[in-house]
Design a protein around this ligand. Structure first.
Ligand code: ADP
Ligand code: ZN
Length: 718
């Protein structure tokens, strides 16, 4: 199998005499005039191919073969998502350099008999030699540093023949986390829950457990205990986080618990770190990996535990290339690896909750916050009776609360899930709205950069001085708030407050996130203004007030899960308040205080809300009580997109319990210059949709310029 999106799956080659390549081996083969690396797959060769047509395998690479488990996983994901297996395989070969022999560096070894009495050694030289045990090899720079001498001293020893060159061992790239390193002492409820999880891991079998608990109840500490158990069993653990790049605080806690750093896996690693990590995982030398969804495709030989933290997060859904949900595929990978799987959330998805209720998953729950902290009080501010001043976005009630909080020396956070200054720019004279040329979306003003940006395709342009439609001067007006505009309002209200904006463009990576978290923990900040990146996992002990600027924001747009997602996000943000001694408060600015989401947040009764969601979805067979799959048809030519969508619509499968909705223009009808149409297949739970979809798409002949993406279990509907 070649890591390419080829429909055929596997190709046949001849293995020349003298080469051995059992299934899983990485091999070099000729492919259309060049060389490609592929994996020897299982199964029978194509008997109809005449032997003389077969090309030879050119070489077998000296890398750990891909395990049977991982091969079955690749096949499973391909079949479920209706992707070419090679496209999935590519995710399992994402560190090509790891398949090459690893470069070995040279270092120094003490010459035998080097400590002879008759050689006179300076104290500096002696210190270097003292560092080297018999047979030990260390690099020159390491020796110089450890001995506190200049590199010249090491060179001098070499010139004198007292050090001889030798190859450095490829030492373990990742130190072993110590499962018995003294971590925080667990409370009684935490301990009982951790014991139950440890037992699952120790059983060494597949099983899924949902771990829920209020924010701040110590879910992380509890599942780290399960990680410790996997280590004691000599197995590897994988922790999937939705936003690995922002996980600085999480890594601190891992270090506190285990004394060392885990291996990291995400898209921003350097080529070299990728190679070393992939190889260490394959050789069992990376006992714990913390990663983004792509870490599921790493070559673990001894996986014993997969944790999916914040399992409800949509970031686990990959929306391009192979479209898959890492939470769901984590369960599959765990099953194939006979590993325990733990899904963690304060507000689990209805999918997972339903699996727990029907007994497919076990369910453990932590009911109290750790220590003396109570849950924050949540209050809705009705914007109809307490409106902000004209052109402003903060209600007097919220402003007062911020003032009081800061007067007590505590921190406040204002949450608005919108980057930039204003989501829309409008001409006051002619009503023209500034749109992205490539997408169906408004351009978002980013005042700090003095630019307009499309948040879908990245298109950016300077803010025009005149209206591009009617040429009026200075008529363009920002409409609505983004975090930058809230910042402006706060600057006017509280000029002395120390402020920080946390959004993906102001906190671009782990280093910035760490710096921000440290400044907040050290009380160098009074007021935090942030988008959804402030919602996740942070623990700020002095933060006692959370103000949600627009609690209704996620509710518009008629998406199946809009209410569920808004609840999850706002619950998570609310959970940032009052995590230490001082009690927390949450104020929700809303025009719909009677909406079930606001009720659930104010009453804290998330379970009742989810029960109502379930009751609403069950009769119509909406997920998780039925299945959905979307077809997204796109072309640069609008008429072609329409024709293809119509043809696919006409060929739609007709079967009992199956319904096809559309075609309809996608909400993002134009994206990156492509016109998009959607069809939605809705089926009862007992209908296997993959065969239907495969047959459907193969029945229609489409021009090459038309692309059809199949999204099984869609999460987004844009
Ligand atoms: P959750 O994941 O449920 O929101 P966390 O695991 O983040 O909760 O715990 C919240 C805070 O309480 C963290 O700072 C954590 O270090 C601390 N904490 C939780 N349990 C303990 C414990 N047993 N001992 C000490 N600190 C704890
Ligand atoms: Zn765009």
């Amino acid at each position: 199998m070649l890591p390419l999106p080829l429909e055929a799956g596997t190709y046949d080659y001849r293995l020349p005499a003298g080469l051995s390549a059992p299934p899983g081996s990485f091999v070099i083969v000729p492919l259309g005039g060049r060389e490609a690396v592929g994996v020897v797959w299982d199964g029978e060769p194509d008997a109809s191919l005449p032997a003389h047509k077969l090309k030879n395998v050119q070489a077998v690479l000296d890398a750990p073969p891909m395990s049977e488990t991982l091969r079955r996983f690749v096949e499973w994901v391909a079949a479920y998502t209706i992707s070419p297996p090679g496209a999935v395989l590519r995710m399992g070969m994402s560190a090509p350099a790891a398949l090459e022999p690893l470069p070995q560096k040279a270092g120094w070894q003490a010459a035998s008999g080097a400590l002879r009495e008759d050689v006179r050694l300076t104290p500096a030289r002696q210190r270097v030699l003292d560092l080297l045990g018999p047979g030990e090899v260390r690099s020159g720079s390491e020796l110089a540093e450890a001995a506190g001498v200049s590199p010249g001293v090491v060179r001098g020893l070499a010139d004198a023949g007292l050090l001889v060159p030798a190859l450095l061992p490829r030492g373990a790239a990742f130190p072993l986390p110590d499962p018995d390193h003294p971590g925080p002492r667990l409370g009684a409820e935490q301990d009982a829950t951790a014991a139950a999880l440890r037992a699952k891991v120790a059983a060494g079998e597949f099983g899924v457990t949902l771990l829920t608990g209020v924010t701040g109840s110590g879910k992380t500490e509890v599942y780290l205990d399960a990680v410790a158990e996997a280590l004691r069993q000599g197995r590897q653990a994988l922790v999937l986080l939705p936003e690995i790049a922002l996980s600085a605080q999480w890594l601190d806690r891992f270090r506190r618990r285990f004394g060392v750093n885990p291996a990291l896996w995400h898209s921003e690693l350097s080529t070299r770190t990728r190679r070393d990590t992939w190889r260490a995982v394959a050789e069992g030398e990376a006992p714990v990996v913390v990663g983004a969804r792509s870490a599921l495709f790493l070559p673990f030989p001894a996986l014993g535990l997969i944790i999916v933290d914040e399992e409800h997060e949509t970031a686990f859904k990959q929306e391009d290339g192979v479209i898959y949900h890492a939470r769901d595929m984590a369960v599959v990978r765990a099953r194939l690896s006979k590993a325990a799987c733990v899904l963690v959330s304060a507000t689990p998805s209805l999918e997972t909750l339903t699996n727990a209720e029907t007994g497919r998953y076990d369910h453990l729950h932590l009911s109290e916050r750790h220590g003396s902290a109570g849950l924050p009080e949540v209050v809705a501010i009705d914007l109809r009776s307490h409106p902000p001043e004209r052109g402003r976005f903060l209600s007097p009630v919220l402003i007062e609360a911020v003032r009081d909080t800061m007067a007590r020396g505590e921190q406040a956070m204002l949450f608005l899930n919108r980057r930039g200054y204003a989501p829309l720019t409008l001409c006051r004279v002619c009503g023209h709205r500034l749109r992205c040329p490539n997408c169906t979306s408004w351009l978002v003003e980013h005042r700090a950069q003095r630019r307009l940006q499309c948040h879908h395709c990245g298109h950016a342009e300077p803010i025009p001085q005149t209206c591009p439609e009617c040429a009026a001067q200075g008529s363009l007006t920002p409409v609505g708030p983004g975090v930058e505009r809230v910042l402006e309002e706060v600057e006017a209200l509280f000029p002395d407050a120390r402020r920080i904006v946390m959004a993906s463009d102001t906190i671009p990576g782990p280093a910035a996130a760490t710096a921000a978290a440290e400044a907040i923990a050290a009380r160098q900040v009074d007021l935090i203004i942030g988008t959804q990146i402030v919602a996740k996992g942070w623990h700020f002990p002095h933060l006692t007030l959370v103000g949600v600027v627009d609690a209704d924001l996620g509710l518009a747009g008629g998406d199946l899960r809009a209410a569920e997602r808004t609840l999850q996000l706002l619950h998570q943000v609310s959970g940032r308040a009052g995590r230490a001694e001082a009690p927390g408060r949450v104020l929700l600015q809303t025009f719909a205080p009677d909406h079930p989401v606001m009720h659930a947040l104010v009453s804290g009764d998330v379970a009742a809300f989810m029960a109502e969601e379930a009751a609403g979805r069950r009769p119509g067979h909406w997920p998780p009580f039925g299945r959905l799959a979307a077809l997204i048809i796109s072309s640069e030519d609008e008429r072609e997109a329409d024709r293809a969508a119509r043809d696919l619509g006409l060929a739609a499968p007709r079967a009992a319990g199956v319904e096809v909705l559309g075609p309809a223009p996608a909400p993002l009808a134009l994206l990156r210059g492509r016109h998009r149409r959607r069809l939605l297949l809705k089926a009862r739970r007992d209908v296997p949709v993959q065969p239907l979809l495969r047959e459907w798409v193969s029945r229609v002949d489409l021009p090459n310029s038309v692309r059809v993406q199949i999204d099984v279990d869609p999460v987004g509907f844009l």
